[in-house]
Ligand binder design. Structure first.
Ligand SMILES: Cc1ncc(COP(=O)(O)O)c(C=O)c1O
Length: 446
């Protein structure tokens, strides 16, 4: 008998795939011609048929140290045997405290109070709730408005979708949270095409925050949330001066600034966090993914100490924040987090990208001139390639490029019209060449 977790996929028409409603997936298309992964090691997956698939996306922007890291698996096993579960409501266990302390040490400035969640989406919603509750505590309970940005992605909770700026993620879900607004995105192809690193043009787009302040009144705005580098919606690096300007306007009006570093954190931009790389200190940092190398779900919100301390008033037996998850600071996730940070430290992965970013940019920008390439943007160890019809040729969608890459042994990500790349931080020169080589072949094949 086939054991329930070892289904045979030899005949996908036998209904073996039907019960699972896959997230962010064209389910019927997938189930008609599945792309299944069976094992993973280092920079690659292997399919059930034994084909190697080079991981050009670090799983889903999360496997920063590469796959199959034995130390993480061992740490999880040891932890599950020693203490499988303990809540962090009213009781505690050492792993969550020590991981919070370690994470705080990686973050710049006084971002040294940490709240654990299980995902980026939960961490985003947690940060938004902390922002509103903070203003309540300060006697400014009317500050409830949340400002996001067009083309921003902040997960799929109602808070994150409300401040997010990807229309497909918003349009089917009703009015979302009331009172939110959005900054314009920072992209203008005419002025920024084929940018490496931060585009020179566009810093002034932060001034749109002044317009929202004038429109709504600063006293109604709780927080602004942005990804320092927008990634899921097509890799948009912050124009020179943009984040600094946002920080200045927030300061001038008492608005909290939240950086969503779910992707940009843990070394992807060449520093532990993008806040350090761009030298702009937000009031909160949201992270997840690379925190545990993607092995066990975990997210976190780091909060500047004065914000945290505002909550630590009144009777010391009173709960300060009525918020938390059954699995906040889960012992097994905390063990995975420690083992992951050990690897990052030992292998210098949190700064490695600063050494290879130029090589990465040279390789991906060499695709300029390939058929259907309308723009290429790169920063740190990410890149976005906009796909468009080329003269006289049938137009592939980014999804077509994705499927042909998979058939040729490369995992990329299709996001709208953009192919995004974000390999594990351990990527070597030969693998960079393979990634861009397969992409060049695929682009020429339409
Ligand atoms: C910037 C950003 N924020 C939040 C999220 C949501 O994280 P999760 O999918 O873990 O909920 C993501 C996921 O890709 C992300 O890229």
């Amino acid at each position: 008998m086939t054991s329930p977790n070892r289904l045979s996929f030899a005949r996908p028409d036998d209904g073996a795939l039907d019960a699972l409603w896959m997230p962010f997936t064209a389910n019927r298309h997938f189930k008609a011609s599945p792309r299944l992964l069976a094992t993973a090691e280092g920079m690659s997956y292997t399919t059930p048929e034994g084909h190697r698939i080079l991981d050009g996306t670090a799983g889903l922007w999360c496997v920063n140290a590469g796959h199959g890291r034995r130390e993480i698996a061992d740490a999880i096993h040891r932890q599950a045997c020693a203490l499988d579960y303990a809540s962090t409501f009213q009781v505690g266990h050492s792993g969550a405290f020590s991981l919070a302390r370690r994470l705080a040490a990686l973050l710049p400035g006084d971002l040294d109070r940490v709240f654990f969640t299980n995902s980026g989406s939960e961490a985003v919603d947690t940060a938004l709730k902390i922002a509103i509750a903070y203003h309540q505590r300060r006697g400014e309970g009317q500050r409830t408005r949340l400002i996001g940005r067009e083309r921003g992605y902040h997960g799929v909770g109602f808070g994150g979708v409300t401040v997010g700026g990807v229309v497909a993620n918003r349009r089917d879900f009703g009015p979302l949270l009331p009172g939110a607004d959005h900054l314009p995105h920072t992209y203008d192809r005419n002025r920024q095409a084929f940018s490496r690193g931060q585009p020179d043009w566009g810093g002034h787009r932060a001034e749109a925050l002044e317009r929202l302040v004038a429109l709504h009144g600063a006293s109604t705005i709780a927080a602004v949330i942005v990804e320092p580098v927008a990634t899921s919606a097509g890799v948009l690096a912050p124009p020179v001066g943009y984040l600094e300007r946002l920080r200045g306007i927030c300061d001038a009006h008492g608005i909290l600034l939240i950086f969503d570093e779910v992707v940009s954190g843990f070394g992807r931009m060449g520093a532990p966090f993008a806040a350090e790389r761009f030298n702009v200190l937000p009031d909160m940092v949201v992270c997840a993914k690379g925190l545990t190398n993607g092995v066990v779900p975990m997210g976190a919100v780091a909060v500047r100490r004065p914000i945290h301390d505002h909550f630590m008033q009144g009777p010391d037996t009173a709960v300060e924040l009525f918020h938390g998850y059954t699995y906040s600071g889960h012992p097994v996730a905390a063990a995975a987090g420690h083992a992951t940070l050990d690897i990052y430290e030992r292998e210098g992965l949190l700064s490695r990208v600063s050494l290879i970013a130029d090589q990465w940019a040279d390789a991906v920008h060499a695709l300029r001139g390939s058929p259907h390439v309308a723009d290429i943007r790169s920063i740190g160890l990410v890149a976005g390639i906009d796909i468009e019809p080329a003269a006289g040729r049938a137009a592939p969608g980014a999804f077509d490029v994705f499927t042909r890459c998979f058939e040729r042994g490369l995992l990329v990500r299709a996001a709208g019209d953009c192919i995004t790349l974000s390999p594990p931080l351990i990527v070597q020169s030969a693998e960079i060449a393979q990634i861009t080589g397969i992409l060049a072949e695929v682009l020429a094949s339409f």
